[in-house]
Design a protein around this ligand. Structure first.
Ligand SMILES: Nc1ncnc2c1ncn2[C@@H]1O[C@H](COP(=O)(O)OP(=O)(O)OP(=O)(O)O)[C@@H](O)[C@H]1O
Length: 237
């Protein structure tokens, strides 16, 4: 039903693993079928591309990996810790400390400035704050410059930015404070091919600099070449 290529990386030590899943399944409320997912093993610092047609379960899988949904069967371990038995609050805390998430719709906070959005994870997590060097505002400015957001926009409400710029602000917010995991759900769907490739290269380069593993969901097979591993989810009948 599904495959992970090239051959799965084995990380024998828990602390070398970014992600390991086992027998993962999720049944949406009011649905009579459980979506089942192949086991994933991803080493720290490696990047995984998850693809598949609409409805194959890509976003559901990403939500399970992000700890936003609790599996109805199986387990998810992140950075050597089994997050499955944690309470919702504990999983939220784990996500704030260790993950940057880029959503399809970016989920930026409309009443905050561009810089306010990027530094937000450091206000929600002491760990992220401590890892932002030298301080969150300076790291945020460095990321915004790397991502080609004009300085004139940094103190403006984020809603004044173009869609492509907002997408890059969402990437900066995910990267600040060097989270070990970056999860991105089809954040390039609004971009043309050139900008899409450039964005992914930048995300992976900046992720690499931060030592992060990037897990990227898309239905666009042409993006797979940028990643160490790929996982294909087949259509559900
Ligand atoms: N909030 C929800 N409530 C009930 N069922 C849902 C919900 N979200 C997704 N599903 C169901 O789970 C299945 C997988 O959906 P999911 O959104 O994970 O697929 P996807 O591969 O990400 O699709 P797309 O590429 O269109 O975003 C679908 O059958 C969908 O109807």
């Amino acid at each position: 039903m599904t495959k992970q290529t090239p051959s799965q990386t084995i990380c024998s030590e828990g602390n070398q693993c970014a992600v390991t899943t086992s027998g993962l399944g999720y049944q949406w409320p009011h649905s009579n079928v459980e979506l089942q997912f192949p086991d994933i093993t991803l080493k720290r610092g490696e990047h995984l591309f998850i693809k598949g047609p609409s409805g194959s379960g890509k976003s559901t899988l990403l939500s399970l990996l992000a700890g936003m949904l609790r599996p109805t069967s199986g387990t998810v371990s992140l950075l050597g810790e089994d997050i499955t038995p944690l309470t919702n609050g504990q999983r939220d805390r784990f996500r704030a400390d260790h993950m940057g998430v880029i959503f399809q719709q970016f989920n930026l906070v409309p009443y905050l400035t561009t810089l306010g959005n990027v530094t937000l994870p450091c206000r929600l997590s002491t760990k992220r704050h401590q890892r932002a060097k030298p301080e969150p505002p300076q790291e945020a400015e460095g990321l915004l410059a790397d991502l080609a957001i004009p300085k004139s926009h940094w103190h403006q409400p984020v809603t004044r930015l173009s869609v492509g710029q907002q997408q890059r602000v969402a990437a900066a917010r995910a990267l600040i404070g060097h989270p070990e995991l970056i999860l991105a759900d089809e954040p390039t769907s609004a971009l043309d091919t050139d900008n899409r490739d450039r964005f992914i290269e930048l995300l992976l380069t900046l992720g690499q600099r931060a030592g992060s593993s990037v897990i990227f969901v898309s239905h666009d097979q042409s993006l797979a070449t940028h990643f160490d591993h790929e996982l294909f989810l087949e259509a559900r009948s």
